[in-house]
Design a protein around this ligand. Structure first.
Ligand SMILES: *Cc1c(COP(=O)(O)O)cnc(C)c1O
Length: 381
C-alpha cells in the first residue's frame, strides 16, 4: 500500500519515523561523523557519515517516495548532485540537453564537463525531431528541464522517454521547477530526476540541498559509489531542515500556484508588461502539453517589460517581494536573469533566448495575494 502524496510528505511511504526509545515525533539529527561497531566484522548499518547517516537516510526515503523512485541520494547542493551525476559518464561521451537550462547547469557542462572530455549538444528539446537529429554514435543521455528556466519551454516527457528507450540512452530530468508535487518524470519513463532541494522541497529559502532520484538499483549503486568517493553528501542538520520543509510541500505548492495564477493574469493585463511566460496560462504554447504530463503549473513566472528602465525601477521599488536569486520558497523573490542566474551565458546566446535587459523572473510565495499585487502595482508606477 502506498500513502497519498500529501501523507508521504510527512512520513515517506510507510517508513517508521517515530524514534523508538524516546517517541520523538521529529526525526532526530544524528550529528555524528562516525559510528561504533558492536564487534569485529559487525556493523549497525552505519559506518561513517560520508557514506550514510540516519537523518540523511530518512530524508532520502521521503524524497524517493515522493518521486516514485527506487532510491534518492541527498547532496550538499543541486550543483553537487549535478557534478555527481556527470561522473557517470566517461570522457568521449556525448549528451543531448535542453538549450534553455538553469545557468549553473550550463556552467558545469561548458566549464567543467567539456574540459573532462564530455561533449554537449544544446537543442530545442520541445521538438523531438531535433533531439533525434542530434543523437550521435557516442550519445549516452538526454538531459532536460520542463518547464525550462527561465523561458518556460515545455518538453514532452513521454516522447523523450520513447527516444531514449529506442537508442538505449539515459533519460535525465531536472524536475526542480514543478517539484514532485506536480510532476513525476520517473512515472513517465525518466531514469534519473535531479532536484535543487534548495527550492520547493526545502521551501523556506534557508537551506542549500540537492537530490538525484533514480529508477533502479544499478543507478543507485553507481551514484552511491560516486557519493562515497567524492563526498558531497548533505549534512545531518541540513537533511533535517529539508525533512521539516518537505512536510508542508503539498500545501505550499497549492498556495504558491494559486498566487502565481493571480499574478500572471494581473501581469498579462498590465500596460508596461510586453509578454508573460507562465505554463498555467492557456495562451502559453506549452499549456496543453504541460497539462498532459503534470498536475499543475507551479509558481514560476517570467515576463518581459516594455523597457530596461521599467525593469530596473521594478527591481528597486518592490518592497514585499525581495530582489534576490533563488526560487520556490515561501517568500516571493524577483530576479534579473541577465545579471544573476544567466550572467555566465554568452551575450549572443542569452539575447537569442530572450534573456535581455527587459526580462524578469518571479518566484511567487505564500503571501496574501492582494499584498503581492499592491506591491507590484506601486513598483510599476
Ligand atoms: C537552483 C537550481 C539548480 C541548482 O541547485 P543549487 O541547490 O542552487 O545548487 C539546478 N537546477 C535548477 C532548475 C535550479 O533552479
Amino acid at each position: 500500500m502506498q500513502y497519498h502524496f500529501n501523507t508521504k510528505c510527512l512520513y515517506g511511504n510507510n517508513e517508521k519515523v517515530i524514534e523508538e526509545s524516546t517517541g520523538a515525533i521529529s526525526f532526530p539529527i544524528y550529528q555524528t561523523a562516525t559510528f561504533a561497531h558492536p564487534g569485529v566484522g559487525q556493523s549497525t548499518g552505519y559506518d561513517y557519515s560520508r557514506l550514510q547517516n540516519p537523518t540523511r537516510e530518512q530524508l532520502e526515503k521521503v524524497i524517493a517516495s515522493l518521486e516514485f523512485g527506487y532510491d534518492a541520494i541527498a547532496f550538499s547542493s543541486g550543483m553537487a548532485a549535478a557534478s555527481a551525476l556527470m561522473e557517470l559518464f566517461e570522457p568521449g561521451s556525448h549528451l543531448v540537453v535542453s538549450e534553455d537550462l538553469y545557468g549553473g547547469t550550463i556552467r558545469i557542462f561548458n566549464h567543467i564537463n567539456k574540459k573532462n572530455g564530455i561533449e554537449i549538444s544544446y537543442v530545442d528539446t520541445s521538438d523531438s525531431s531535433k533531439i533525434k537529429a542530434a543523437i550521435q554514435q557516442n550519445t549516452k543521455a538526454i538531459f532536460i528541464e520542463t518547464p525550462t528556466n527561465p523561458m518556460m519551454h515545455v518538453t514532452d516527457l513521454r516522447a523523450v522517454s520513447e527516444i531514449t528507450k529506442e537508442f538505449g540512452l539515459l533519460f535525465i530530468v531536472d524536475n526542480t521547477f514543478l517539484s514532485p508535487y506536480f510532476q513525476n518524470p520517473i512515472n513517465l519513463g525518466a531514469d534519473i530526476v535531479l532536484h535543487s532541494g534548495t527550492k520547493f522541497l526545502g521551501g523556506h529559502n534557508d537551506t542549500i540541498a540537492g537530490f538525484l532520484v533514480v529508477s533502479n538499483q544499478e543507478l543507485s549503486d553507481k551514484i552511491r559509489f560516486i557519493l562515497k568517493t567524492t563526498g558531497a553528501g548533505l549534512s545531518p542538520f541540513d537533511s533535517w531542515l529539508i525533512l521539516r520543509g518537505v512536510k508542508t510541500l503539498s500545501i505550499r505548492m497549492e498556495r504558491q500556484q494559486e498566487n502565481a495564477m493571480g499574478i500572471a493574469q494581473w501581469l498579462k493585463s498590465h500596460s508596461k508588461v510586453a509578454s508573460v511566460y507562465y505554463v498555467g496560462l492557456p495562451t502559453h504554447p506549452g499549456y496543453e502539453l504541460n497539462k498532459k504530463q503534470s498536475s499543475g503549473y507551479g509558481s514560476m513566472i517570467s515576463f518581459h517589460v516594455d523597457s530596461k528602465e521599467t525593469a530596473i525601477l521594478l527591481l528597486e521599488k518592490v518592497q514585499l517581494i525581495q530582489y534576490a536569486e533563488s526560487l520556490g520558497g515561501v517568500e516571493s523573490l524577483i530576479t534579473y536573469p541577465m545579471l544573476q542566474t544567466h550572467a555566465d551565458v554568452p551575450v549572443e546566446e542569452r539575447e537569442a533566448k530572450g534573456i535581455n535587459d527587459c526580462f524578469l523572473r518571479l518566484s511567487v510565495g505564500i503571501e496574501y495575494i492582494d499584498d503581492l499585487l499592491m506591491d507590484l502595482e506601486q513598483a510599476f508606477e
